[in-house]
Design a protein around this ligand. Structure first.
Ligand code: AMP
Ligand code: ZN
Length: 116
């Protein structure tokens, strides 16, 4: 299911262009338009889910798949030896600005912890 006014659903349907790095039946990954690191990729379910808070037991396989896709992209982008970070922002305090579940994959520089 796609949500009509959702930015990332429009990327899934191709109505808005994106620099896609991976796609399969269930998952899409594309480069963040405002990268916070030399490598910044978003991994999303093609199905519209508002956020991690909307994920249910039926999405167990999907969520595992998203993690494994992130790992493969990290490897393909050459981040294996140096390491990287995956982040899912949830809700207002989490800093989520796009209401379609997405996992950030960030790497290519040393990342500070904790985030601000
Ligand atoms: P978040 O703040 O966790 O909701 O992350 C949303 C991310 O989507 C931000 O890092 C934005 O830079 C990114 N973003 C917004 N619009 C686009 C777009 N059209 N293509 C790619 N990334 C986008
Ligand atoms: Zn959506």
């Amino acid at each position: 299911m796609v949500a009509k006014e959702c930015l990332f659903c429009k990327i899934v349907t191709g109505d808005i262009p994106a620099d896609v790095v991976y796609s399969d039946d269930d998952v899409l990954a594309f480069r963040d338009i405002n990268p916070r690191a030399p490598i910044h990729v978003l991994v999303i379910p093609k199905e519209h889910l508002d956020s991690l808070a909307s994920v249910a037991d039926e999405h167990r396989d999907l969520m595992g798949h998203i993690m494994l896709v992130a790992r493969e992209i990290a490897k393909d982008e050459g981040l294996g030896p140096s390491g990287y970070r995956t982040v899912i922002n949830v809700g207002v305090d989490g800093g989520q600005t796009v209401q379609h579940l997405h996992l950030h994959l960030l790497g290519g520089r040393a990342l500070r912890w904790p985030p601000g």
